[in-house]
Unconditional design. Structure first.
Lengths: 114, 111
């Protein structure tokens, strides 16, 4: 275990559903990330939070909405997704973002949009 | 734009031989270059990283070299073993916050 926990591990949702992915870390890290992993783009950065403030939104469609209520928790709210959004969504955390630090990944949520 | 290119996409190596994976990056300001290994069904995990103030770093059978002028860095695995089979990702930071990864290399070690 790396200390980064994601729930649920698997999620199947319809295109009209609203769901949320959850990520939790108790490593004392200040930065948290969402990555999308698919066959087309193996590790695609979506969002970066540093000290609970969003510092990067990597041109992600608005149907993905992140939330970071505190430095230990990160959510990804999903609504009106498309089948091409089916992928493995990985959360990661690191000590900080300033000088480059090891990112610890969660196990991921396997999302299927039907 | 911010880009990390990784080659090859697949690599098969006889057990005991060496494997080399290469990456190039676009931003000369990048200063942190990690390598991650992802085994089937598991999360990516850091195996080695290098910062821009050094040219080479070694950890047992794994080494990374960095050429800042040419903006490329490489992962070298010597005396490969079956457990080295995995997907390997190189990364580079852009503007510090953006840890961006290459497209991955699927390494297969042939017993």
């Amino acid at each position: 275990e790396t200390g980064v926990t994601q729930t649920p591990r698997h999620l199947v949702m319809g295109m009209t559903n609203k769901k949320s992915l959850k990520c939790e870390q108790h490593l004392g890290h200040n930065a948290m990330y969402w990555y999308k992993q698919s066959a087309k783009k193996p590790l695609e950065l979506m969002f970066v939070y540093s000290l609970e403030e969003r510092v990067e939104n990597n041109s992600v469609p608005s149907r993905f909405s992140p939330e970071c209520p505190n430095s230990s928790h990160l959510f990804l709210h999903l609504h009106t997704l498309q089948p091409e959004d089916s992928a493995l969504y990985l959360c990661a955390s690191s000590q900080d973002t300033r000088t480059g630090a090891e990112a610890f990944f969660g196990q991921g949520t396997r999302l299927t949009v039907v | 734009g911010e880009n990390v290119e990784q080659h090859p996409s697949t690599l098969s190596v006889q057990e005991g031989d060496s494997a080399v994976i290469k990456c190039t990056y676009s931003d000369s300001a990048s200063n942190y270059f990690p390598w991650y290994k992802q085994e089937l069904g598991k999360r990516p995990q850091l195996i080695i990283d290098i910062r821009s103030n050094v040219g080479e770093k070694k950890d047992q059978r794994i080494a990374v070299t960095l050429n800042k002028t040419a903006k490329h860095f490489s992962l070298h695995i010597t005396e490969t073993q079956p457990e080295d089979s995995a997907v390997y990702f190189c990364g580079a930071n852009f503007g510090n916050e953006k840890l961006t990864f290459g497209t991955g290399t699927r390494l297969t070690i042939i017993p």
